[in-house]
Write a protein that binds this ligand. Structure first.
Ligand code: M6R
Length: 574
């Protein structure tokens, strides 16, 4: 969360930073700001809300050095005072920060002569830097020794020096035409640079007209290797009014693209499995956790013990590690802090790790020795849609590969892709569902997982309180909530649990609850009928109408589905 961007060179750095922030806006859009040098003075401009507000304020400004920030609020509400960059007490240093200074209260107490202008942890950081001895880099290195927590920071002083430091939060630096740029995400650099450097934890850097210089935590110069920029495959070819709509509509295309890349099984055969391969554990957050759950179902079906874990729980839990397990980290961005922390922890313990990500160059890819990419193209809307479908699909393909049934399933998969239905939900149904006070999603087995994902989509972009429950659990408590103000969206794609689910629906109806069934099985209930494909592939079909439902309800309420309040696309703090 939060995006930072810095630029120096024979160019208008303010423009480059602003353009970079626009690309990084998915990391937070509470406020934005830029610091730059003009007439030998350090100047700062900030604004609350989206980058376009800042853009109006910086129009016409030229400077060959600038740093900028787009904020997802952690400490302090959404105000201009709390927006970055923050200045040191003597106004000589500006900072932009992605991360959390966990001990900021203690540090604030120590810096008792400072007059504070914000409630942020970042203002504490810059003042700690300002009171240290030495040049800007030495000051930063010394200050960072006292910081607990995470940071990717860029600091600009009034003499035009820019320095960086990193611990946990991402930071990438690259030469661009006529200058140097540093950013939170290689997205920004894709069209500007052919290669880049990744700043590792506890490394520091400075950039100036002569180039990029790297230092370790003791200030000793280090040499780093460049990495080749890998680009996204160009799948973003549908341009609807919102990214979310375009991205749902791109699902079929990106599934086809994904299969093209896996068809020859090379990506699977290059995976280094543990010597004595016993189980698969999947770790992820949010929507990616739901695909991890589907993945665990696929692996269990072929006889491999498997579990899915929420990364923030796994990280501090008491899970027993198994040297013979393959640990799969599922993440669209490859930048999610909790998922990364788990991967690092397991790597340190010599476990076999695999990153399943949609983002070339991502930090998660670097940590894990194995990578399975999804080929969903850039996903910009905060609500994950096409990336989820590709994650589930790749996990399914991997289960086929492990069971030795990949080749024999090819025809079936090609047929699925050729006839993949992007099932929308009609206005009448959307209007009907909108009238209910309480919205529940139910299912069993794989459909319960789809219910979880459908409910998350709805909450995320409509702010309507809904939740998902395994339908067999209804009568163990939740049924008490069902009345005529409730609608239950039931998903059913598995023959073996069909009758059980239908009985649960009857129980809802008996309490005057309304029901919409999403299923490929005929019934007497009001239904949205799905076409029938192999059962394991049905979750990739049944999630689509739920994604559309969330989207249409969001549109009806007049919200922007791409930038839901309080959220950001990449969750880079824990
Ligand atoms: O980039 P990741 O897949 O690691 O992100 C994990 C979650 O933050 C993400 O899936 C989140 O739940 C989405 N906004 C859901 O639509």
């Amino acid at each position: 969360m939060c995006g930072i961007c810095a630029c120096i060179g024979n160019l208008n750095a303010v423009k480059y930073v602003l353009d970079g922030l626009k690309i990084l806006e998915y990391r937070g859009y509470d406020s934005a700001g830029i610091s730059y040098i003009e007439n030998k003075e350090l100047k700062t401009i900030k604004s609350v809300g989206e980058i376009c507000n800042l853009e109006k304020k910086v129009k016409g400004i030229f400077s060959n050095v600038a740093i900028g920030h787009t904020r997802w609020a952690t400490h302090g509400s959404v105000t201009e005072d709390n927006a970055h960059p923050h200045l040191s007490f003597n106004k000589g240093i500006a900072i932009v920060h992605n991360g959390i200074v966990e001990n900021y209260k203690d540090l604030k107490d120590k810096l008792n002569n400072v007059k504070w202008h914000s409630q942020t942890d970042t203002e504490v950081f810059v003042n700690l830097v300002a009171e240290k001895e030495g040049d800007l880099l030495e000051k930063l290195i010394n200050a960072s020794k006292e910081i607990s927590g995470s940071f990717a920071v860029a600091l600009l002083d009034k003499d035009g020096n820019i320095v960086f430091g990193k611990r946990e939060s991402p930071l990438y630096i690259a030469h661009i035409n006529n200058g140097v740029m540093a950013v939170s995400d290689t997205y920004v650099l894709c069209d500007l640079a052919e290669d880049f450097y990744t700043l590792n934890d506890n490394e520091f850097a400075k950039i100036n007209g002569n180039g990029i210089f790297f230092y370790d935590k003791n200030g000793k110069k280090i040499i780093k290797n460049k990495e080749k920029m890998q680009n996204f495959n160009k799948n973003n070819e549908i341009f609807e009014k919102t990214h979310m709509k375009s991205e749902i509509l791109e699902t079929k295309k990106v599934l086809i693209e994904t299969f093209k890349n896996y068809k020859n099984e090379l990506l699977f055969s290059s995976i280094k499995l543990p010597k004595k391969f016993e189980e698969i554990e999947l770790i992820a957050c949010g929507t990616a956790y739901h695909s991890a759950l589907q993945g665990a179902e696929y692996f269990k079906k072929i006889g491999i013990p498997s579990h899915a874990y929420i990364a923030s729980e796994f990280r501090y839990g008491n899970e027993i590690l198994n040297k013979n397990a393959l640990y799969i980290f599922v993440s669209q961005s490859g930048e999610t802090a909790d998922t990364i922390a788990c991967a690092k922890m397991l790597k340190e313990k010599n476990m076999t790790c695999l990153a399943l990500t949609n983002t070339p160059n991502s930090y998660l890819n670097k940590i894990c020795e194995n990578v399975l990419p999804t080929f969903a193209g850039k996903e910009i809307a905060v609500a994950s849609t096409k990336a989820y479908s590709c994650q589930v699909f790749v996990l399914y393909l991997f289960s086929l590969y492990l069971s030795g049934k990949f080749k024999e399933s090819e025809k079936e998969i090609l047929d699925f892709l050729k006839n993949f239905p992007l099932l929308d939900i009609n206005n009448g149904l959307v209007d009907k569902i909108s009238n209910f006070e309480k919205i529940f999603f139910i299912g069993r087995g794989q459909d319960y997982i789809t219910a979880l994902e459908g409910s998350l989509k709805l909450k995320e972009i409509t702010y309507i309180n809904s939740f998902a429950i395994a339908s067999g659990e209804l009568k163990h408590g939740t049924l008490a909530l069902i009345d005529k103000k409730s609608i239950v969206i039931a998903i059913c794609t598995e023959e073996k649990i069909k009758e059980k689910l239908f009985s649960n629906i009857e129980e809802v109806k008996a309490r005057e609850g309304s029901v919409l069934l999403i299923s490929n099985f005929p019934s007497s209930f009001e239904s949205l009928i799905l076409p029938t494909f192999p059962t394991a592939l049905m979750p990739i079909i049944s999630i689509i109408p739920l994604q559309f439902l969330a989207l249409h309800m969001c549109e009806k309420l007049g919200y922007n589905p791409d930038k839901p309040k309080n959220l950001a696309k990449s969750v880079t703090v824990e």
